[in-house]
Design a protein around this ligand. Structure first.
Ligand SMILES: Nc1ncnc2c1ncn2[C@@H]1O[C@H](COP(=O)(O)OP(=O)(O)OP(=O)(O)O)[C@@H](O)[C@H]1O
Length: 233
């Protein structure tokens, strides 16, 4: 059994008299420790899927098994625990607390879990050893995204989900952040799922799930993925 198994997953939104099918019978798997991409054009249904996988929204039909547990069957209380203990989130716009330093932002996240990593060590791992006491406004976009990755990783999640993590970054900084995310999957065994519009980075992923018009178009498994550094776009 794969670490993540998505089975016949659908999500419909009702808007007045219209029904919008945002995810239409998705089926795919992701193995533990993979660096996986979910790729597709705007409106394809990527964020909808991520919201269900992240326990922030409910599926209309189907199931998602994570480590054998069907998260679509969890009640509200169980979903809260799932989001708290099992998930790490990285968003496009970092969402750091502006009045807390980098270290304090990471420490805050570690206070809600049981087996947290050491915040200073995680910040060192993402290359911010010298910037721990800086406030977000004193950091570049790339550095702020590193803090948000450290914050997610410090919770020691089973799964790290990243929604357009390089969307607000320039080319070079975006590459560094993607390399960091891929390295984390390698060094910590955390399963990393990145949502992106950028098809060019597909050869660097272990698995690429292409979504279009709410459906899976293609799933590609790369046995020998390229490095992020070797790819140009
Ligand atoms: N809460 C909602 N209520 C109604 N419709 C929604 C809702 N969320 C998403 N949709 C619709 O579902 C479809 C898929 O949207 P979704 O945000 O998942 O796409 P996406 O692939 O993430 O796009 P983008 O790359 O632009 O973020 C779209 O038609 C969108 O309008």
């Amino acid at each position: 059994m794969a670490f993540i198994e998505v089975r016949n997953l659908s999500k419909r939104y009702t808007m007045g008299e219209n029904i919008i099918i945002a995810n239409n019978n998705l089926n795919f798997e992701i193995e533990k420790g993979e660096f996986a991409l979910i790729i597709g054009p705007s409106g394809a249904g990527k964020s909808t899927f991520l919201n269900i996988l992240g326990g922030m929204d409910r599926a209309s039909d189907g199931s998602i098994l994570i480590d054998g547990k069907d998260i679509t069957k969890l009640n509200e209380r169980e979903l809260t625990s799932y989001r708290r203990y099992d998930m790490g989130f990285v968003f496009q716009f970092y969402n750091l607390m502006p009045n807390l330093t980098a270290l304090e932002n990471v420490e805050l996240a570690t206070q809600i879990v049981k087996n947290a990593k050491n915040p200073k060590e995680v910040l060192r791992d993402v290359g911010l050893e010298d910037r721990m006491n800086s406030f977000p406004s004193q950091l570049s976009g790339g550095e702020q995204q590193r803090v948000s990755i450290a914050r997610a990783v410090a919770k020691n999640p089973k799964l790290l989900m990243c929604d357009e993590p390089t969307g607000a970054l320039d080319y070079k900084t975006g590459k560094q952040v993607l390399s960091l995310l891929k390295d984390l999957s390698r060094t910590t065994g955390t399963t990393v799922i990145v949502i992106t519009h950028n098809k060019a980075i597909a050869p660097a992923a272990d698995r690429v799930i292409e979504i279009a018009d709410a459906k899976i178009r293609k799933v590609t498994v790369n046995k020998n993925p390229e490095t992020i550094d070797s790819i140009e776009w």
